[in-house]
Design a protein around this ligand. Sequence first.
Ligand code: COD
Length: 297
Amino acid sequence: MKFFEKLLEKAKNKKIKTIVVAAAGDEDVILAVEKARNVGIIKAILVGDEKKILEIFYKYKILVSDYEILDYSDVEIASKIATTIIHDGKGDILMKGFVDTSIILKAVLSGESNLRIEGNLLSHVAIFDIVNQPKIRLVTDAAMNIAPTLEEKKKILENTVQVAHLLEIPTPKVAVLCAKEKVSPKMQATIDAEKLQKMNENKEIENCIVVGPIALDGAISKESALHKNMKGAIMGDADILLVPNIESGNILYKALTYFCESENAGLIIGAKVPIVLTSRSDSDETKFNSILLSTIF
Ligand code: COD
């Protein structure tokens, strides 16, 4: 059984959750939400341009009575309203609709109805199930933290390890990705990677195995690791790929999406609730997979 099929079975065994969609007037978003509602894992509150939402409902013969719709056509206001609904305890999952990532994240981070938890860093995790790869790979952070410091990388790593545990990977192997395996004083990413590995060895980062600096080939390909005479715990078998910054993460995410045959999901974690956050160009299938993932919390 494929990873996301198994995740669906898992989601079906949980209680039905309420998802609140910010800027819901988009076909792929509504189709993903309707599919999740049809398989019995969520009910939904749609915040967005009601006219657009109803046009999509009409086109796909979706019943209005199955939904609560709140008419806010301005995407910033819709993001604020959706966040407030969650803050007030009337929803379990927030979902980004057709709105710029930074707009919804600003709503999540700011104002009285922010969804932050004191001391936590919010970060993005993407899960890829790639054809011909022996296991799923978790990519982090491809969408939220722009140029994380060492301390932020530690928190991103720990957030992602928690997701791996929820996915029943008890001791995930974390590859701290860089351009090479040796520390170079000219490459900050390699210095941070070595420090993260040391923190893991000193038990400041626990319940996982951290290796860095390491390049992508040795992290995901055993042949490459052997060819490069690499030693250590990963040897192509990484579960988590921690990227040095948002650009490398975004390029890896898009490369996996467009160059490979893969299925994926994306979430912001570390907030009061999971936040379904995919690219606006991602398919309804990716958005549905992301809803599935959000229900396991
Ligand atoms: N976790 C917790 N708190 C945070 C985080 C975080 N990841 N980031 C910022 N904060 C807190 C800060 O400590 C501060 O108290 C407050 O939020 C505001 O911080 P700023 O001024 O840095 O926040 P913003 O609103 O200017 O920027 C936050 C964004 C998440 C919007 C910004 O980092 C961003 O634009 N990220 C990239 C989003 C994006 O465009 N992705 C594209 C790929 S899909």
